[in-house]
Design a protein around this ligand. Structure first.
Ligand code: ASP
Length: 438
């Protein structure tokens, strides 16, 4: 192109360069602002339009499916490559620590839910109208939870989204790969380095795709929120406002506890939540810890955590660690007792806590899983099922908060364990986002 000569040409050329395409402009706005606007707009539109807003449901569905599409390849590739990069001893130690962390925080969370609900008594004075009935579910047996982890068909496990089974396969494949890398046989080491390059390359593809999906996320967030609010509506929320308040209050307290834990481990709180806000918001709208995994993984990378830790702790947390759900189960079971005018005995309270923790380990991080856990605890505590139908009516709104809390708990545990493992945390003060990551 020839150089501009006249003033007019120069001005036109300048305008061309400074005028950005709408797409470029969109990309330049920080993601969190776009998500914030989408969230608020979603609530407003949902409230104004009401149930007909479900026409935009496919826009949210696209977001969910894009995320879910990446979950299985992400777990498989990060774990194979993560496990191959640490010794089995380190892996065992990380596994033990994170399991301990998850169980302790979940036990605390369910006690918090029960305690707050006993204090505030949601549902007292509300009596059941109509003949709502809810289906009860059986809590899975401990033996079943463990044997089911071993997949009898890895392709079925992948296609059915069984996170723990896929993790099991990826871990043993990663250990075999590590063994090949250290072998004296040149053929094996060569093959191992080829597989490492393929898994690492595959992972880079997945990370790039996650980055792309996040650019779509504001549209998905808007649609998901608008539909959830439009379908539930303020009217449905009102009679259950105290239960909603207790649950969200419990979640805030649980996040305050996480903050204290992070401080104890000398984490930079601002930096932690700066990275955590995207997975928190994604969890809030998608209502799936499993589906949020790609975004949680990205946050762990931004926090400087190494693959050797997060590749294991995050997918594991997405399935077994559900602190928000535990708060919900605790509070909602007390609510059920109140609605039916039952005074809970100490034995019943202990049963609720135990079954709640166990059920949270055996239930997947998908939308609505907490409701199944609720039916399990209500049945085990010997309470009637009918009031569960009331709670089910606003489950979407409750699921948002609890999933957000679940994902935060996973990230906190991951950060804490990384801190205690040598070389698993890139020092925080100057670390922002590494250039080689999307
Ligand atoms: N939706 C939650 C999660 O994915 C589980 C639940 O329903 O409580 O973590």
């Amino acid at each position: 192109m020839s150089e501009p000569h006249t003033d007019q040409e120069r001005a036109a050329d300048h305008g061309e360069r400074t005028r950005r395409s709408p797409w470029r402009w969109y990309l330049d706005v920080p993601l969190i602002w776009k998500l914030g606007v989408a969230l608020v707009a979603g609530v407003v539109v949902g409230l104004i339009v009401g149930p007909p807003i479900t026409v935009i449901e496919p826009l949210g569905e696209i977001f969910l499916r894009l995320l879910m599409m990446l979950v299985m390849p992400l777990i498989l590739l990060t774990l194979i490559s993560g496990v191959a990069s640490v010794s089995p001893k380190t892996l065992g130690r990380v596994g033990g620590k994170i399991f301990g962390f998850y169980i302790i925080t979940t036990a605390f969370a369910i006690s918090l839910g029960i305690g707050l609900a006993l204090l505030i008594s949601p549902g007292a004075g509300l009596s059941l109208t109509g003949d709502e009935e809810a289906e009860s579910e059986e809590a899975p047996g401990i033996a079943e939870v463990f044997t089911d982890i071993i997949p009898d068909n890895i392709f079925a496990a992948l296609s059915e989204g069984q996170i723990l089974s896929v993790m099991f396969f990826a871990i043993i494949a990663g250990i075999a790969l590590a063994y090949m890398q250290d072998s004296d046989d040149d053929r094996l080491t060569e093959l191992a380095s080829l597989i490492r390059r393929i898994t690492d390359g595959g992972l880079e593809i997945v990370f790039l795709l996650i980055r792309g999906v996040l650019q779509y996320s504001p549209i998905g967030v808007f649609a998901l929120i608008a539909v959830a609010v439009g379908e539930t509506g303020a009217d449905a929320l009102l009679p259950l406002a105290t239960l909603t308040g207790v649950m969200y209050g419990g979640i805030l307290l649980q996040i305050a506890v996480y903050t204290v834990i992070l401080l104890l481990f000398r984490a930079h709180i601002g930096r932690f939540f700066k990275a955590a806000k995207e997975p928190m918001l994604t969890a809030f709208v998608t209502r799936s810890s499993g589906g949020t995994l790609p975004v949680t993984t990205r946050a762990a990378q931004q926090l400087g955590i190494r693959k050797g830790v997060y590749s294991f702790t995050l997918p594991f947390g997405a399935t077994v660690n559900m602190d928000g759900t535990a708060i919900y189960v605790g509070a909602a079971t007390v609510f059920v007792a109140n609605v039916t005018g039952t005074d809970l005995t100490v034995m019943q309270i202990v049963t609720i806590a135990l079954v709640g923790v166990l059920a949270s380990v055996g239930t997947a991080g998908v939308p609505g899983a907490g409701l199944i856990m609720l039916t399990m605890t209500v049945t085990s505590a010997g309470l009637p099922m009918a009031p569960v139908a009331l709670v089910a009516g606003i489950d979407a709104i409750l699921d948002m908060g609890r999933t957000m809390c679940n994902v935060t708990g996973d990230l906190v545990g991951t950060r804490v364990v990384a801190q205690t493992e040598e070389g698993m945390l890139v020092d925080g003060t100057t670390f922002d986002e590494p250039d080689d990551l999307p």
